[in-house]
Design a protein around this ligand. Structure first.
Ligand code: IPE
Ligand code: IPE
Ligand code: MG
Length: 243
């Protein structure tokens, strides 16, 4: 459950739709996969910047349920990139104390990939730093359905609380801030349940260009928002004065 606040605070949990890699590459007459490679570099910088600022949870959308519809060579390129990024980045994440979780349907991934994901999670499970959720083969509709199916299987009652507890991000609070780069203003089947009260921030910056200054601009916009959670501004002012 999120707390009401008129925050000049830092979001505890930031979720990001990392969009615009393909356009970044096209503008340079490069193949799309070159943009995805730059996207991995941008993610590395973003993880560091979020951890430095004291963000507790970062959740990124790396591959959607719908991205299987892309050309076969792009899909296989993205799979390969994930594999390479794991080998290269996990030791660094480990040193930074980051706890890694992969979120999404894993059955469709190769056995080798599933093993690598599980190993990366196991390697970082004891870490006490920022939680990093990488949504891979994730869709918000898939998440709601898998949660409901698990409850049905157990014969458990379906309530907001039980459903929330069965969702793929049950280990973290809901995102306070959802950032989407690349100029599109849509959710594209990301965290449909969890973003019910997230502040939305859209920027034209393409993901490979998203740097610390761009992150700070998003944080500044967030700090200026009034999170009312259905209440009135007057109620929030009163609660603030009392508390
Ligand atoms: C986001 O960048 C990365 C993934 C969806 C994997 P895109 O590849 O969607 O980049 P654009 O939107 O084509 O520029
Ligand atoms: C959303 O981006 C998915 C990821 C960033 C992984 P897309 O580029 O796939 O979204 P649409 O197709 O433009 O909505
Ligand atoms: Mg896109």
């Amino acid at each position: 459950m999120a707390n009401a606040s008129t925050s000049h605070e830092l979001p505890r949990h930031i979720a990001i739709v990392m969009d615009g890699n393909g356009r970044w590459a096209r503008r340079r007459l490069l193949p799309r996969i070159a943009g995805h490679r730059q996207g991995v570099d941008a993610l590395r910088r973003c993880i560091r910047a979020c951890a430095e600022r004291g963000v507790q949870v970062l959740t990124v959308f790396a591959f959607s349920s719908e991205n299987w519809s892309r050309p076969q060579d792009e899909v296989s390129g993205l799979m390969e990139l994930l594999g390479k990024a794991l080998t290269r980045e996990v030791p660094q994440l480990q040193r930074a104390g980051i706890r890694l979780h992969f979120v999404g349907e894993r059955q469709a991934l190769s056995e080798g990939m599933r093993h690598a994901l599980a190993q990366a999670e196991a390697d970082t499970t004891g870490n006490a730093g920022m939680v990093l959720n990488v949504c891979f083969n994730y869709g918000g509709r898939w998440d709601i359905v898998q949660a409901a199916a698990r409850l049905a299987e157990r014969g458990a009652p379906i309530t907001e609380a039980t459903l929330a507890g069965a969702m793929a991000l049950a280990h973290v609070p809901d995102p306070d801030l959802l950032i989407r780069t690349g100029g599109e203003q849509r959710i594209s089947n990301f965290l449909l349940w969890q973003c019910a009260y997230s502040e939305l921030y859209f920027t034209d910056a393409l993901w490979p260009d998203f740097d610390a200054a761009a992150l700070d601009a998003a944080l500044a916009a967030y700090a200026g928002r009034e999170r009312r959670f259905g209440r009135t501004s007057e109620q929030l002012a009163q609660a603030g004065a009392a508390g």
